[in-house]
Write a new protein. Structure first.
Length: 391
């Protein structure tokens, strides 16, 4: 029979530490290190292939490299503990458009590649402070919603205007795609030219990931084609391209989802710009800082979900374990959680609470205690709880 011991742990008492006590950002990798999949699990990224790196990031802009203050934002992200940023390549026509003369590449030696130069400088600086840059190759939102004001509008005659609102055949130009037409054969070379120019400006960098993810399975042919195209082009140049593919529905990301994704096994988490996320506001920065504090106690790549720890099925809390009796619990808001750890011995348990601001405090749960107990927080923004038996 489960015995209950009420163990109250108010998080608001655990946020009184000085912020200067917080850890610095992860160690800066050596210049020669290259971002690559970790040999222990290809879902994780690593700078040297041997040490997994949890990628955390945020940005106030979809295309920060076109903003004047991008360097200050990258520096602040790094100071916060971030090491990752995700950017989109805008396809909008106008002042900040990627220079393409009706679909044909401009001469790389023309010296008039402002858009691409800015991207190159952005990635180069990010590499110098050990920030990985994931590039979303296609500006899907604007292509679908604002087609007439994109650099691709000149291709309209190939699409015959037969598509429905909310979709666009621009993403169905690959054979085997639903809605494919032979008329699209003339479009693919233009799309390839864009990708070729992107690779010409970014492939030499060691901190880039190319994102070809799609929001639904009907676009799998598109995803596969461009993932393979980028890899093949890189191979021709003696390089290896990091390509991120998969089906990822578009959704908003708040702090709770950001944190919860890590306990569900995510290896990368990113605060999207407003209105789809918190951007680089205080809550986003605090959540990154808090996760880096948690890493001082437990490494996320060693954790696996532990729903059996939680006695209630309807709780918003999530739990994970390293398999050695240590647990990590995340509560997204004020409330309580009833736990039943898999501990056979009555030993002191170090309980560390990391508040949403990234501050921490530790107390010890002394035996005797029941085989289940309750943790409670009055902190509206929630926080992390770490349980480590002292054997």
């Amino acid at each position: 029979m489960i015995r209950n011991l009420l163990f109250l742990l108010p998080l608001y008492f655990f946020t009184a530490c000085n912020p200067s006590d917080l850890p610095d950002a992860p160690t800066v990798p050596k210049a020669e290190r290259i971002l690559q999949p970790w040999f222990g699990d290809v879902n994780w990224w690593s700078w040297d292939g041997e040490t997994p790196e949890l990628l955390l990031g945020a940005s106030s802009f979809e295309a920060p490299f076109l903003e004047k203050n991008w360097k200050a934002e990258l520096n602040y992200l790094r100071k916060t503990g971030g090491n990752y940023v995700r950017i989109t390549l805008p396809a909008s026509a106008g002042e900040n458009a990627p220079l393409m003369d009706y679909g044909s590449l401009t001469d790389p030696e023309s010296g008039d590649l402002d858009y691409w130069q800015k991207l190159d400088e952005y990635i180069d600086y990010a590499a110098s402070i050990s920030i990985a840059v994931e590039i979303q190759v296609w500006d899907a939102k604007n292509i679908v919603e604002k087609w007439d004001s994109t650099i691709w509008e000149y291709l309209e005659s190939h699409f015959e205007g037969t598509y429905l609102a909310g979709e666009h055949p621009f993403f169905r130009t690959i054979p085997s795609s639903i809605g494919y037409s032979g008329a699209f054969e003339l479009v693919v070379p233009e799309q390839e030219k864009f990708v070729d120019l992107l690779l010409a400006k970014t492939l030499a960098h060691n901190n880039v990931i190319y994102n070809v993810q799609v929001p639904e399975n009907t676009l799998i042919p598109w995803m596969v084609y461009w993932g393979q195209y980028i890899e093949a082009r890189a191979k021709e140049q003696g390089r290896i391209a990091n390509v991120n593919a998969g089906i990822v529905p578009d959704r908003r990301i708040n702090v709770a989802r950001f944190n919860q994704s890590l306990l569900a096994g995510a290896t990368v988490a990113f605060h999207r710009p407003k209105p789809n996320g918190n951007g680089m506001n205080g809550l986003a920065q605090a959540s990154i800082r808090g996760i880096r504090v948690v890493e001082l106690h437990l490494k996320f790549h060693e954790l696996k979900p532990a729903p059996e720890l939680l006695l209630e099925d309807d709780t918003e809390a999530l739990a994970a374990t390293d398999g050695n009796g240590n647990y990590l619990i995340y509560l997204p808001s004020a409330g309580q959680v009833n736990l039943s750890p898999d501990w056979n011995d009555q030993v002191p348990v170090k309980v560390t609470v990391v508040g949403y601001l990234g501050t921490q405090r530790t107390e010890t749960l002394e035996p005797p205690y029941g085989d289940s107990f309750r943790l409670h927080t009055k902190e509206e923004k929630g926080g992390w709880m770490i349980l480590k038996p002292q054997r």
